[in-house]
Design a protein around this ligand. Structure first.
Ligand code: SF4
Length: 630
């Protein structure tokens, strides 16, 4: 039975489940899938064991103790949904629909059950609930920066890296967080490519690269401008490409001129000679491919950093070469019919958007209306969202209805009024895209759900019925929704049908190989790569890409211990979901087999296939252990 990994990971693996006597007995990566090639990862190889873990939530629960005590009594689905419907109706009557916050995380990335399709959004729209922005915690800053430059956050097909001659792995620990890309990098290496890891942390990937540059966290844009200074000094820019496909080159060239290698060295903490040497390599090596993901965008200048990085292939002309360009995300290449899925036309009026990273403030400080009902699914914010003490105080509010749809008893579940048990990927139907490759994948339910677990889609259908809603689309089946998604008329889906997807398990988007999205222009207002951006100016930002210091870390007055702590905690690029590898609650629950794998081996290095997605810094010197003058 074909399925797809539901986790928030760029590799979006296709898998095959073997079922015997109604039980899933084996799960492996799909051999024929060109990106998965038969391999999952250490986290998901044991997904069946995870799904069968003894602490799985199997029945609806109602709180019987104080909030946070995690004391519950089993109730029926009818009782649970009746209570939720009654409380939501009361909230809407008194405060309006926007007092409801549907708080969805990335626990499942599917289009029908997960955050890709914003499961439940049709119902929330009908109720006029607040919208929820799940991207603020992850990639919103980088996406904004890339879009100023490119008109989209989508970049090159990562498979193109096989043709690169210089590869910059920038703020990404590929071997741990997206290891399927490595085979394409190795293929390029076989043809003589030089691989550079740019990461404050000496990760496994940095160990395997030909060269490692360790900038002070948050200084990546300065490094990029310093490299471009060397390129321009050597006449390495592609003048023909600049003339035909870019806007604002002269102004940006002057900005680059402000970052000679000496200044870039002072800011980044990297040696001037190393910057000059890499700049020279960049100037003379075509094609150069850049892989940049989440690691370098989580600070005040993170969006600007991605905006600058996207300019590098504009200066060198690499966007026009197979193997050249930048790959951050491929999401924007999937032309699925989001509008038909979301049905925002059902909104009774425009509604506010609440940010995932501001849950604590949202629960304690937001008014007009205050948040009075919180429905959390695919997320354990008490373990993964900033401002834990505020969130805890907010969840403890006696006047707040908290519903948590979950697989396991997490820290957040302990604060729920009602807990609803959810199916896992082997138990429900779904369709997945990817932000790291160009394939759609089908997820067929392989086994029956355990206990009384329900797919999120079915939970929302039943809740709609309890709320007495008559809109027919609220009752579309999962297959109906999948068909609507594929029926977009977008060229990327030409020839893609549900039957074909289901029988093959996966399908590559209808793009040529190699896929060069910007060889002939960009989806910006000017149709060009915009060094100069009027949209950025309209948003109150610099019209030109530049270096925005990361206020969070580069202040030299910070005590060294604080910087070390930040460095270790914040510059891990793993996508490993906490619920798979770490205790799911303070009581030490979690998948036993994975918990037993040490995250930091005695020798201080990262364990191969470490269950933690470890990118520990132990055994290496932080960049500021040497003299930094910038
Ligand atoms: S977490 Fe990533 S690498 Fe692991 S199976 Fe899922 S998609 Fe593949």
């Amino acid at each position: 039975m074909f399925g797809a990994c539901p986790l928030d990971c760029p590799d979006a693996c296709s898998w095959v489940v073997t079922v015997r006597d109604g039980k899933a007995v084996d799960l492996r990566g799909t051999h024929e899938h060109p990106y998965t090639r038969g391999a999952l990862c250490v986290k998901v190889n044991r997904y069946l064991e995870h799904a069968a873990a003894p602490d799985r939530l199997l029945y609806p629960l109602r709180r019987v103790g104080r909030k946070g005590e995690a004391t519950f009594a089993r109730v029926s689905w009818d009782e649970a949904l009746a209570e939720i419907a009654e409380r939501l109706t009361s909230v809407i009557r008194r405060y309006g629909g926007e007092a409801i916050w549907p708080y969805q995380g990335t626990g499942s990335f599917g289009y029908i059950q997960g955050v890709r399709g914003w499961a439940g959004r049709r119902l929330w729209n009908v109720l006029g609930a607040s919208h929820h922005d799940p991207d603020t915690i992850c990639a919103a800053a980088g996406a904004a920066g890339l879009t100023y430059t490119l008109g989209t956050s989508a970049g090159i097909d990562p498979e193109n890296f096989a043709a690169s001659m210089l590869i910059l792995l920038w703020g990404t620990n590929t071997l741990t967080s997206g290891h399927h890309l490595w085979k394409f990098i190795q293929a390029a290496r076989g043809d003589g490519a030089h691989v550079v890891a740019i990461d404050p942390v000496r990760t496994r990937t940095a160990d395997q690269a030909d060269e490692h540059l360790a900038p002070i966290p948050g200084t990546d844009a300065a490094l990029a401008l310093g490299l471009l200074h060397v390129v321009v000094s050597l006449g390495g820019e592609d003048r023909d490409y600049l003339e035909r496909h870019t806007l604002g080159w002269e102004a940006f060239r002057r900005r680059i001129g402000q970052f000679p290698p000496g200044r870039a060295a002072a800011i980044t903490g990297i040696g001037e000679q190393q910057i000059t040497a890499l700049g020279e390599r960049l100037a003379r090596t075509r094609p150069t491919g850049i892989r940049a993901t989440m690691g370098l965008q989580r600070h005040a200048g993170g969006g600007m950093a991605l905006r600058v990085l996207a300019c590098i292939p504009g200066v060198t002309g690499d966007w026009q070469h197979p193997g050249g360009g930048l790959a951050c995300s491929t999401s924007g290449h999937f032309g699925l019919n989001d509008a038909a899925l979301w049905r925002d036309d059902l909104l009774p009026h425009p509604v506010r958007t609440l940010s995932m990273t501001r849950l604590g403030e949202g629960l304690l400080e937001t008014g007009d209306p205050p948040v009075m009902a919180l429905v959390i699914y695919g997320s354990n914010p008490l373990a993964s969202v900033p401002h834990q003490s505020k969130i805890r105080a907010g969840l403890a509010r006696e006047d707040l209805l908290t519903v948590v749809i979950e697989h396991f008893p997490t820290d957040t579940v302990a604060y729920a009024d009602i807990v609803l048990p959810a199916t896992m990927a082997t138990e429900h139907l779904d369709l997945t895209s990817s932000y790291g490759h160009m394939y759609l994948a089908w997820n067929e339910p392989a086994v029956s759900p355990p206990g009384e677990c329900l797919p999120a889609s079915e939970t929302f259908r039943r809740l709609a019925r309890r709320l007495g809603r008559a809109e027919p689309c609220l009752y579309d089946s999962d297959e109906d929704i999948a068909r609507q998604l594929l029926d977009s008329g977008h060229p990327s889906l030409a020839g893609v049908t549900l039957d074909k997807l289901r029988s093959q398990g996966w399908i590559r988007l209808n793009y040529p190989r190699p896929f060069l999205p910007f060889a002939n222009g960009f989806p910006t207002p000017s149709g060009k790569l915009e060094f100069y951006s009027e949209r950025a100016a309209a948003d109150g930002l610099d019209t030109l890409p530049g270096y925005t210091p990361a206020k969070e870390v580069t202040d030299a007055t910070w005590p060294a211990a604080t910087r070390w702590h930040w460095w270790r905690r914040r510059h891990t690029t793993s996508s490993t979901p906490p619920s798979l590898t770490t205790p799911r609650s303070g009581s030490g629950k979690g998948l036993p087999a994975l918990r037993s794998i040490p995250t930091t081996p005695a020798d201080g290095s990262c364990a191969p296939d470490s269950a933690s997605g470890c990118s520990t810094t132990a055994g290496h010197s932080p960049p500021w252990s040497r003299s930094v003058t910038g």
